[in-house]
Ligand binder design. Structure first.
Ligand code: B12
Ligand code: SF4
Length: 446
């Protein structure tokens, strides 16, 4: 029995390569691969870097689907199905939009595969594949099997992705994690995580968790163990962690050099609108940021624009805020209305969606705003996201921040990473905006 894994790409501009900053190792595939018994043959096509052989001899095709890759995933599925192959889909988009994914596959899996994949495999072997499986929220694997993409490692950024837990206790209305995990949080065993880290190739780690501090005693235990390893790491956090001095120092001592914080907005009304008012209630935002910087940890600050209080003044104020704090990097994204989130339902009910299924729309490109904002036009919102990103990633700003970075952390690797990442982001702004979703992926050279 042979399984073919596919990671579909978002899209690319004609003749151009896939966006470099998106080229991280596909942990999802390594995790799924680890759940397949040794007796199975397997292969993997990473649509971002190579052509898919639709004529490959295989018994079953496993496709992982995100909202941005759904259009491409459905195309790939149709090519395999035309050739008589069975297709199973899973992942974020399938979980959020099962009624759509089911139309394009022989079977779908909603939720995590960990506890249910063996049943799917049994059903495939017995020719009793069900149209839908529900894996719920769980995390049960020990060691992802990265051998599935060992031959492609050179194409990926030199960062190892490791998952320590899943889910998040918060319930921000625009967030797919909230839609998928419904405010639950689960984590792996510390000893399994440490064994995995030791087996990884790179010294820089991205813990892909959305909320590693949901269980603080687990986080502390993990960081104490990380201290014994010579690695540097980053993860996503919420600002409240900066209130815990002991935790902050432990993070730094264990190798944390940068954290990603979803500030989302500096406007209180926006935060209330997205049900992230709690982040403002923390108060002392400036003081907490300063504390993180003082221990020598950089911040990747992420903002979302397009909520009801936003206009160009919000962009100006946000840029000033970011320049003041000299963040490592920033993301100025427009609000993405992901399906099956509360934001989706409320914008739909108010008749503000320009397209209800933007992810499948022909002509939809990356950066296009798919709803009507209250205070500015959708085109203006898009132009501001691009324009203000350009200001932050202008060379004078990169140099200014580079000097501050050097004072904040003496580590060679993190300072080197600062320059590489900022320069990549500088050149990627024009490349990123306008990428046609699901297009140009059959080109010979990727
Ligand atoms: C690492 C990461 C990235 C990396 C690279 C990802 C990659 N594919 O290589 C970077 C930083 C580049 C990135 C970029 C982006 N990302 Co991202 N990313 C993540 C993150 C943090 C971890 C993904 C991961 O590895 N998870 C671990 C694996 C094991 O979990 P999993 O994928 O859920 O898989 C399990 C199940 O879903 C299921 N399953 C999955 N696939 C399949 C397939 C089959 C057949 C079966 C049976 C089961 C199954 O089984 C698995 C095991 O239980 C997630 C959030 C998260 N915590 O998951 C966001 C996330 C996936 N990203 C997201 C987004 C929006 C983006 C961007 C569009 C952001 C942007 N504006 O630029 C880009 C798009 C990049 C791209 N797709 O090429 C969203 C997607 C939302 C959605 N509705 O689709 C997420 C969920 C974040 C969020 N908070 O909303 N991302
Ligand atoms: S805190 Fe972050 S991961 Fe958690 S629900 Fe809010 S946006 Fe999503």
């Amino acid at each position: 029995m042979k399984i073919t894994f596919i990671l579909p790409a978002i899209g690319k501009k004609t003749g151009q390569k896939y966006l470099k900053s998106w080229l991280m190792e596909p942990l999802t595939v390594a995790v799924l691969n680890s759940m397949i018994p040794d007796t199975y043959e397997r292969e993997f096509f990473d649509d971002r870097i190579e052509k898919i052989n639709y004529d490959t001899k295989t018994d079953i095709v496993f496709i992982t689907v995100e909202t941005y890759t759904a259009k491409r995933a459905y195309y790939i599925a149709s090519e395999f199905r035309k050739r008589g192959k069975k297709v199973v889909m899973g992942g974020y988009h399938v979980t959020l939009c099962p009624e759509e994914a089911v139309l394009h596959s022989d079977s779908i899996m909603v939720g995590n595969a960990d506890g249910i994949i063996s049943q799917v495999l049994n059903d495939i072997e017995n020719d009793t594949l069900q149209p839908r499986y529900d894996g719920g929220a769980c995390i049960m694997y020990k060691m992802p099997d990265r051998s599935i993409y060992a031959d492609k490692m050179k194409k990926y950024l030199p960062v190892s992705l490791v998952e320590t837990g899943r889910g998040c206790y918060h319930n921000c209305e625009f967030c797919s994690i909230a839609g998928y995990y419904k405010q639950c949080y689960i984590h792996r065993e510390v000893e399994d995580i440490i064994a995995e880290i030791k087996a990884c190739r790179h010294k820089i780690f991205f813990f892909v968790d959305d909320s590693i501090f949901s269980n603080r005693s687990f986080a502390k235990e993990l960081f104490e163990e990380l201290k014994k390893l010579d690695i540097i790491w980053t993860t996503q956090i919420t600002l409240d962690i900066a209130r815990d001095d002991e935790m902050l120092h432990l993070m730094k001592e264990s190798g944390c050099e940068m954290v990603l914080i979803g500030f989302e907005s500096i406007e209180s009304d926006n935060l209330k609108q997205m049900n992230k008012g709690w982040s403002e209630r923390l108060g002392e935002r400036e003081k907490l940021i300063q504390k993180i910087h003082d221990v020598g940890i950089g911040i990747y600050a992420s903002f979302v624009f397009g909520f009801d209080s936003d206009n160009e003044d919000t962009f100006k104020a946000t840029l000033e805020f970011c320049e003041k704090h000299q963040f490592f990097v920033v993301a100025f994204n427009h609000l993405l209305i992901f399906p099956n989130t509360k934001t989706y339902e409320s914008f739909k009910a108010d008749g503000r969606l320009i397209s209800e299924k933007w992810w499948l729309e022909s002509g939809y490109t990356f950066g296009m705003v798919t709803f009507n904002p209250k205070q500015i036009t959708s085109d203006h919102l898009r132009a501001c996201c691009k324009g203000y990103r350009k200001k932050y990633f202008s060379f004078p700003s990169i140099f200014r921040r580079g000097k501050t970075m050097r004072k904040r952390s003496k580590g060679f690797l993190i300072n080197f990473a600062y320059w590489v990442i900022n320069i990549i982001f500088h050149f990627e702004i024009d490349k990123r905006f306008g990428i046609p979703i699901g297009e140009n992926l059959e080109e010979k050279k990727k």
